[in-house]
Design a protein around this ligand. Structure first.
Ligand code: GAR
Length: 227
């Protein structure tokens, strides 16, 4: 991120937080394996000891940690411990990848501008849970995923980029969800790359900046990127 004396750019320090399967984590690990990738995943954390995704980090020799939220009496005490752990890792970026915990305002403010999330809907539609079922129920013809900066408003932070998928006639939660996730696995590593290159920032006024300028519209990538 910042140039070092030797002329070799220092890689941004990324911590990924997960709660479950970790397929987005796996996509990020694969992307970060490229020597020219501008970020390094220094640790992967979970609030659930059984999160299957932790195995991807272990296989890639990435440090893992678990802070089991059931052992904390309040959201504040859990988040306090998580802030403490993250601060020790000195992250330039914290990537929420299926991290299914609501974070306190203190946590979000602490890491403001360094906290990204992927949400499986075309925000501002379908904040919260069961997004695929809700898109199906509403009869939507298009659905998708959003990458956004995390702010105090749950699933309401400034959206950086989205990818759309068509809703097909016989779709179920699972088939639609799988189509959305396939898009996430391409889009999230690209946005993380741009963040690590310093191309994406959050302004004081909560605008998404791309190369220093407010984005005129949510970013979308050409369809062939996903093929
Ligand atoms: C992803 O599809 C992500 O969009 C969603 O959880 C899934 C995690 O999958 N996130 C949310 O619902 C956040 N509100 P993964 O563990 O296989 O990456």
């Amino acid at each position: 991120m910042t140039p070092s004396g030797s002329g070799t750019p220092t890689k941004a320090r990324i911590v990924v937080l997960i709660s479950g399967a970790g397929t987005n984590l796996q996509a990020l690990i694969e992307a970060a394996m490229a020597t020219e990738f501008p970020g390094q995943i220094v640790a992967v954390g979970s609030n659930r000891p059984e999160a299957a995704g932790l195995q991807y980090a272990e296989q890639a020799n990435i440090e893992t940690f678990v802070i089991d939220h059931t052992r904390y009496s309040s959201r504040e005490s859990f988040d306090g411990e998580l802030i403490h752990k993250l601060e020790n890792l000195n992250p330039d970026l914290i990537v929420l990848a299926g991290f299914m915990r609501i974070l306190t305002d203190d946590f979000v403010r602490h890491f403001r501008g360094r906290l990204l999330n992927v949400h499986p809907s075309l925000l501002p539609k379908y904040q919260g849970l069961k997004t695929h079922a809700r898109a199906l129920e509403a009869g939507d013809t298009a659905h998708g995923t959003s990458i956004h900066f995390v702010t105090e408003e749950l699933d309401g932070g400034p959206v950086i980029a989205q990818a759309q998928v068509p809703v097909l006639e016989n779709d179920t939660d699972q088939t639609l969800g799988a189509r959305v996730q396939a898009r996430e696995h391409v889009l999230y590593p690209i946005i993380v790359r741009w963040f690590c290159e310093g191309r994406i920032n959050l302004s004081e006024k909560d605008e998404v900046l791309f190369d220093g300028e407010p984005i005129p519209a949510i970013l979308t990538l050409p369809a062939d990127v996903y093929q």
